[in-house]
Design a protein around this ligand. Structure first.
Ligand code: T4K
Length: 415
């Protein structure tokens, strides 16, 4: 390679980064500031900051309406939403859930001394395989928590029929899937209940926040009690509880986000289409497609790299892109089963998670959201394309550079 080759100009080899400022995955979308400021002014004037204020009620009504469910209980975050609803349903001992998820799914169970029993994903997909659930059931199994990962629905029908057949309650972790539909019905209305996250990194955010949604009124009552210390009325505590309440300022942000929901989705959709145009024909790259016959929030751009074709693995790709200030993420590497405490509890769990293990080494999540423009997506895609054209040479140079670094460290250590 001559010294002026495109490879030399890569930032990882000392060239100028493609972007002057880092582009991140998960930069929050921010709606109309004036509307947010007005809501915050009003709540300060009211001096009603939390514990069931009008903004939280309005937020809950809006979410229930959008999803088409009878009950929405807004929560301080999605993790607590999952903890509380699974507890309200009497989950205990063992619960079947995927390892291919953010660790909050497993932690929400383990936090209550419930063992997450990790189920493999479908071959070629990212969702828990309903056909494997029955094999994991023991007399201690008390529930199933599938994940609608990346806002793409899992096989919801199959999950529901397995749960019915096994007589196990079913809670969907739909932290990613607000605003998405399955067979024309909004996600949020399936199973015994579902949870959403409205964390800052989600396309609709309330700074921190989450919700339990359900059509089961009795369950909703229990969740509401448990979310507020078990209070029924002012001085009467009738249930064990915790504090999972959403604050008024979070609801102010949530409501303001909802007002821009269509614009956020449209922006995400255009970015997705630009990524699809830029990446879909690249050998060794598979962009996770959205089913555009359904409603989608397009909030995660997920790419699988086939190292055998592209000559670069995800770690190398991440190193190259990070140097260009494209801060991609390896969500959800290395899988919950390889994180603590699960790794120590079940050191051999990977043997039953063949598809999960194979997938996690291949996945990268790319920046999108309103902080990223279609033009920037085009630049990122062009960069990935350029890198892949020379994958083998880049790998050789990267390993040469790391060898040199190792030698230099060894010399310094000896000195
Ligand atoms: N179930 C599933 C399947 C989930 O994915 C999650 C959460 C949950 C349950 C639990 O819901 P919550 O309890 O969180 O409501 C982030 C989020 O913190 C987490 O909500 C989310 N999933 C997960 C997928 O992503 P990290 O550890 O990646 O966050 P962090 O701080 O590295 O932020 C990601 C990127 O976003 C950074 O590169 C920078 C950018 N960022 C982030 C924040 C907070 C900003 O630019 N501004 C910001 O304010 O977990």
């Amino acid at each position: 390679m001559s010294s002026s080759s495109p490879i030399d100009r890569l930032a990882v080899f000392g060239g100028k980064p493609l972007f002057s400022q880092p582009l991140h995955v998960g930069v929050p979308n921010v709606g109309e500031r004036k509307r947010l400021h007005a809501r915050i002014d009003a709540l300060l004037d009211r001096r009603f900051l939390t514990n069931g204020g009008p903004l939280v009620q309005e937020f809950e009504d809006r979410i229930a309406d959008l999803v088409g469910v009878r009950n929405c209980i807004a929560m301080s975050n999605g993790t607590l939403a999952l903890e509380i609803v699974t507890r309200a349903l009497g989950f205990e001992h063992e619960v079947i859930t995927p390892s291919m998820t953010f660790v909050a799914t497993a932690h929400a169970l383990q936090w209550q001394q419930i063992t997450p029993v990790f189920c493999d994903i479908v071959s070629g997909g990212h969702h828990m395989d309903p056909a494997r659930i029955a094999d994991l059931v023991t007399p201690r199994t008390s529930g199933i928590v599938p994940v609608n990962i990346w806002g793409r629905p899992c096989s919801i029908d199959a999950m529901q029929s397995v749960a019915r057949r096994l007589e196990l309650p079913l809670v969907f972790d739909s932290a990613h899937a607000f605003g998405c539909s399955y067979k024309g019905r909004m996600i949020g209305g399936f199973g015994d209940a579902e949870i959403f996250s409205f964390h800052a990194t989600k396309f609709i955010n309330s700074f921190e926040g989450g919700a339990v949604v359900t059509d089961d009124d009795e369950l909703a009552d229990r969740v509401r009690l448990m979310q507020n210390f078990g209070f029924q009325g002012r001085d009467r505590v009738i249930h064990v509880g915790t504090n999972g309440k959403m604050s008024e300022v979070s609801a102010a942000m949530g409501l303001t986000s909802l007002e821009s929901m269509d614009a956020f989705i449209e922006h995400n959709r255009q970015n997705y289409q630009a990524y699809r145009e830029g990446l879909s024909r690249l050998p060794g790259v598979r962009l996770m497609e959205y089913d555009e016959r359904e409603r989608c929030n397009y909030q995660y751009i997920v790419v699988e790299f086939d190292e055998r074709v592209s000559s670069l693995n995800c770690l190398e790709m991440q190193e190259i892109l990070s140097a260009e200030h494209v801060d991609v993420r390896r969500y959800f590497y290395p899988g919950c089963h390889r994180m603590e405490p699960y790794r120590s509890y079940f050191p051999n769990a990977g043997m039953l998670l063949e598809n999960t293990e194979a997938l996690l080494g291949r996945v990268l999540t790319l920046p999108t959201g309103t902080a990223v423009s279609v033009e920037q997506v085009g630049m990122i895609s062009a960069l990935i394309s350029r890198v892949l054209e020379s994958g083998r040479f880049i790998r050789e140079r990267l390993s040469g550079a790391s060898r040199q670094l190792e030698n230099r460290v060894a010399v310094l250590c000896e000195a």
